[in-house]
Write a protein that binds this ligand. Sequence first.
Ligand code: MTE
Ligand code: MO
Length: 162
Amino acid sequence: MRIVSLGLAVAASLAFATAIGFAQDREAVVLTIDGNIKNATARDFSIAQLEALGPEKIETSTPWHDGKVTFEGVSLARLMEHVGASGGTAAVLALNNYRTEIPLSDFATYGVILATKKDGRYMSVSDKGPLFVIYPFDAFSELNSELYYSRSAWQVCSISIE
Ligand SMILES: Nc1nc2c(c(=O)[nH]1)N[C@H]1C(S)=C(S)[C@@H](COP(=O)(O)O)O[C@H]1N2
Ligand SMILES: [Mo]
């Protein structure tokens, strides 16, 4: 009986989550940072831990969306400071094994964010989530080039500081 009611409760909450849209588990680990960081042990982050570092917003158009989109997430400069990154490059790895290298200097120069939300909602993997490197493309014309598009990894799951 208990199992049946538990099953019903799970089914009901899943149906609710589906009805309101994608529900992100804010406590699940979504990102690992390793390499040249303070005390050298890999650090795991959940969405909640990333959000605790302070939200940043970028409203911009991108090559992958229609019209202007508002992204919210954590400042990558702030995240690098938080883990004590030292080095020149962040090697960013995505769930599809896409890998790109970003000079750490980009983060402060352009205010790049690791976005967790698009237009107020968490992004599912099929919507390029849960984490998407976003540059303010509209604010700096030079960002509208293949070089910065290639640094804009989506479905990010780990960052290695080299
Ligand atoms: N996760 C992930 N991010 C990625 C890629 C990828 O294959 N996977 N391709 C990158 C490259 S090389 C570029 S130029 C742009 C490509 O965007 P497009 O596939 O829409 O042309 O996204 C970048 N971000
Ligand atoms: Mo590319």
